[in-house]
Design a protein around this ligand. Structure first.
Ligand code: FPP
Length: 238
């Protein structure tokens, strides 16, 4: 049984829209409330000494939502990242953004690079936010990089190993998630960190993201501590 808490927690934050609709509010109201839940969980992970937290904020598939929701959601995301940058830095949090930022334009790209640069040396918590991210996109990018390396002869066929792929994913400098949480009642992984969660413990909770608080995180951690992680071994002698 794992005696320690997970080093890396990854979360699909689902349920903002339903939370808002149940209150007769617009879906963006739910996403705004979701940002408060993000703050609480970042603080809670920091207090528990969990060094890596990765959040799925906008998936490659989220473009299929109504255009106005996409506009407001992406605006909320980037304005929050910008306005929270100093606070993150003061709290010793290192921010990384993973995903394809090319559709968002030069200004967003610069802002993200600046926040990443500002917080690069911070050690308290590694916060990674996935924006316009898809697990298949990540793996395809790694394959493309390997193909280029093979073509220019800096990589041979026998060097195409699991490590070679993992080292070219957008999470190359992060450990794999130990605990994968999805809120909002759906039991699926929705193209998040597909390669990286091969051996993660999965935890699904009905709570809608805006209501996910410290006690929900503790429930997930409690469940994690009860798991026997075998990584394909028999379980004897662990
Ligand atoms: C899923 O709920 C949630 C999202 C698609 C967006 C999550 C983004 C945030 C909470 C903002 C995060 C901000 C930062 C800075 C990390 P949904 O709309 O799919 O809900 P539903 O399933 O009830 O429709």
């Amino acid at each position: 049984m794992p005696s320690v808490d997970p080093a890396h927690v990854a979360i699909i934050m689902d349920g903002n829209g339903r939370w808002a609709e149940r209150r007769g509010k617009s879906r963006i109201f739910g996403h705004r409330k979701g940002v408060e839940a993000v703050r609480n969980v970042v603080d809670a992970c920091g207090r528990r000494g969990i060094p890596y937290l990765t959040l799925y904020a906008f998936s490659s598939e989220n473009w299929n939502r109504p255009r106005e929701e996409v506009r407001l959601l992406t605006e909320l995301l980037f304005t929050t990242l910008e306005s929270e940058a100093l606070q993150l830095h003061e709290n010793g949090i290192r921010l990384r953004v993973i995903g394809d930022l090319s559709p968002f334009g030069e200004k967003i790209d610069r802002t993200v690079r600046e926040v990443q640069e500002l917080t690069r040396a911070n050690k308290n918590l590694n916060l990674t936010v996935a924006v316009n991210y898809g697990g298949r996109w990540d793996i395809a990018n790694a394959c493309r990089e390997i193909a280029v390396a093979v073509k220019n002869r800096s990589c041979s066929l026998s060097e195409i190993t699991e490590q070679a792929v993992a080292g070219r994913l957008s999470t190359a400098d992060l450990p794999e998630p130990d605990l994968f949480i999805r809120t909002g009642g759906e039991i699926r992984v929705s193209n998040f960190l597909l390669w990286q969660i091969a051996y993660s413990e999965l935890f699904f909770i009905d709570t809608l993201w805006p209501e996910f608080d410290e006690s929900c995180l503790d429930e997930a951690l409690k469940s994690y501590r009860r798991r026997q992680r075998r990584f394909g071994k028999s379980g004897k002698g662990l």
